[in-house]
Design a protein around this ligand. Structure first.
Ligand SMILES: [Ca+2]
Ligand SMILES: [Ca+2]
Ligand SMILES: [Ca+2]
Length: 157
């Protein structure tokens, strides 16, 4: 089924079966059992679905948003540089010069003040964080952060 004649820039199927498509200047759209609808007119820079089906969207200068059954809400006005969903429903967000933050159960907490170069979440609940010259760090389910490599990783994906 064609949602839109425009070329999609990005898309994903959330764990709840909803299809989300980034149609660039035509905004963000979804398709589920109730049909096809536009979620937002802004062009997403990135989107990811958490295990619980919640969609998280980086709308660039319009901030960072989440969408669940209750609707779509902005959770921060800053433009995220990167983000990755944790196994427990947390979201880890690189807000550039504002540092690295986790979003859990509706609350933000800052993990580090440094600007991460890359954030990746392993399925075992660990978060790998590339802080460039400050080395590569790993944050475990206990929330402790430890440096696993003093070198600047090329990638932790
Ligand atoms: Ca886009
Ligand atoms: Ca962004
Ligand atoms: Ca960054």
């Amino acid at each position: 089924m064609q949602i839109n004649a425009a070329n999609p820039e990005n898309g994903l199927v959330a764990p709840d079966g909803t299809l989300y498509v980034d149609f660039g200047p035509y905004g963000l759209w979804r398709r589920d059992a109730s049909g096809i609808a536009q979620v937002n007119t802004a062009d997403p820079e990135g989107l990811v679905a958490a295990d619980d089906g919640t969609l998280y969207v980086d709308f660039g200068p319009f901030g960072f948003w989440r969408r669940d059954a209750a609707g779509i809400v902005q959770i921060n006005a800053a433009d995220a540089e990167g983000f990755a969903p944790g196994a427990d429903g947390s979201m880890f967000i690189d807000f550039g010069s504002f540092g690295l933050w986790s979003w859990t159960l509706g609350r933000f907490s800052q993990i580090r003040t440094a600007n991460a170069e890359h954030v990746a979440v392993a399925r075992d609940g660990f978060v790998d964080l590339d802080f460039g010259p400050a080395g590569t760090w790993r944050r475990g389910p206990s929330c402790a952060c430890e440096r696993i490599d003093p070198a600047d990783a090329q990638s932790v994906a």
